[in-house]
Design a protein around this ligand. Structure first.
Ligand SMILES: [Zn+2]
Length: 75
């Protein structure tokens, strides 16, 4: 059994990587919640770009962009 130790992409904490995610468990949970919020926001405000979504929701554009790149959101 081998462990893959990595630094969290968001908070920088060291964690054991279990899947392809690049976030520690705490940040993964936060991101899951944010993804759900963004999905709802995009449904209610269709046609907004990454900047408008991040400003409208007061979250980091970097995070919105990451979700777009992972095809969780459409740009
Ligand atoms: Zn983290």
């Amino acid at each position: 059994m081998s462990f893959d130790i990595d630094n969290c992409n968001d908070c920088g904490k060291i964690f054991i990587r279990k899947n392809n995610g690049d976030l520690c468990p705490a940040c993964t949970e936060i991101e899951d919640n944010i993804i759900a919020m963004i999905r709802r926001y995009v449904r209610e405000h269709p046609g907004q770009n990454v900047t408008e979504v991040s400003e409208g929701m007061n979250i980091k554009p970097k995070l919105v962009l990451r979700l777009v790149r992972q095809n969780i959101l459409i740009s």
